[in-house]
Design a protein around this ligand. Structure first.
Ligand code: KG4
Ligand code: ZN
Length: 338
């Protein structure tokens, strides 16, 4: 039974997990730095690296003890080698390669977005390729055609901001904490879509997306509303939240429908932080022609489990590579088929 230790440290979450093909996810631990960065309204890279350094070894020890395993039981270590903040990536990479070297076991670099893409497999569902993947997070809004694991075609992308970024920027304008996606979703529950925000590139007849215009539209809306009432009340804020949520989710759904019609593929994986949005899930679930798979809610945002499962799949390559192999800018399409 191969046991894989997964380590994620690309941004503001330190994630550690242990996975085996036979038992599935054995244990996982996550330390979020969100409270650390919240006062700055976004992730401060230097603070992120320092916090990863503090947390990573204790987190590995806790995960091992929860799984009742020792370091010597691990067969391979998977770690995120990109994309992400380089200082943060170096911490996970440094620990993974040193531990791998000391234990004389393979270390497996994992593309962070491949981790998100494969996180749906944590639910035990086998999804036969080809399928489409919508990867929507704070840094990505991509539509990928998955021909097989490792063989990824980028068929749609954002021209500017990511969908998560649009949620986060709106949240900031409404005075909500960072990262704001979940606060917008919470407010939107009691709001109405009354502001007619644009649906950028909805009818562009391609798979390109653009979300940066939305923040300008929201800013203009807020400025106009504040001319009447400087302090926006909770109903107005909820309506703005609902309007932006409807706009972003309409675009994502429409683009995936178009991708499905272009490729003839109706199996879809949706992952990344924004995939935890329930309005998005409800809209997709209503489209009977699509078979949509999501990761479990707790594994939509960054975590170690998705890196461990991606490592378990790649373990068959038995790749030893003890260099500090980080790639802050790294396209999913640069990977090679297994
Ligand atoms: O995948 P992730 O944890 O980190 C990146 O790799 O970026 O995604 C974080 C993003 C943030 O922009 C956050 O606001 C967004 O996911 N997010 C949400 C929700 N939960 C997290 N956006 C909309 N609705 C949510 N419920
Ligand atoms: Zn992520």
């Amino acid at each position: 039974m191969a046991i894989i230790l997964g380590i994620e440290s690309s941004c503001d979450e330190t994630g550690v997990a242990i996975y085996s093909h036979e038992k599935g996810l054995i244990a996982h631990k996550l330390h979020t730095q969100i409270p650390l960065h919240q006062q700055y309204g976004g992730v401060v890279p230097e603070l992120a690296s320092r916090d990863h350094i503090k947390r990573i070894i204790p987190l590995i020890d806790e995960t091992l003890s929860e799984s009742k395993l020792n370091k010597s039981d691990i067969d391979a270590i998977a770690y995120t080698n990109g994309p992400g903040l380089n200082g943060a990536l170096l911490v996970g990479s440094g620990v993974a390669v040193s531990l791998g070297y000391a234990l004389n076991i393979p270390v497996i670099p994992i593309h962070h977005m491949e981790g998100h893409l494969l996180s749906t497999l944590l639910t035990d569902e086998i999804i036969e390729a080809p399928f489409l993947a919508l990867l929507v997070s704070g840094g990505h809004s991509q539509i990928i055609k998955v021909n097989q694991i490792g063989d990824y075609e980028l068929i749609g992308d954002t021209l500017d901001d990511a969908a998560g970024e649009a949620f986060d920027k709106t949240a900031k304008m409404l005075g909500l904490p960072y990262p704001g996606g979940k606060y917008i979703a919470e407010l939107a529950k009691n709001g109405q879509d009354i502001y007619n925000l644009p649906r950028p590139m909805l009818h562009s007849k391609d798979l390109q997306m653009s979300f940066s215009g939305l923040k300008t539209a929201v800013l203009t809306l807020i400025t106009n509303l504040q001319q009447q009432t400087p302090e926006l009340d909770i109903i107005t804020k909820s309506n703005i939240a609902k309007s932006i949520e409807e706009s972003i989710t309409d675009v994502l759904v429409k683009k995936i429908q178009f991708a499905a019609s272009q490729t003839g593929i109706n199996k879809i994986v949706i992952s990344g932080g924004v995939s935890s949005n329930l309005t998005l899930r409800n809209k997709f679930n209503k489209i009977k022609q699509l078979k949509v798979h999501y990761p479990p809610l707790q594994f939509c945002t960054d975590n170690g489990a998705m890196i461990a499962i991606a490592g378990a799949i790649r373990y068959q390559l038995r790749k030893y590579d003890y260099r500090f192999n980080t790639r802050p800018r790294y396209l999913l399409t640069e990977l090679e088929p297994l």
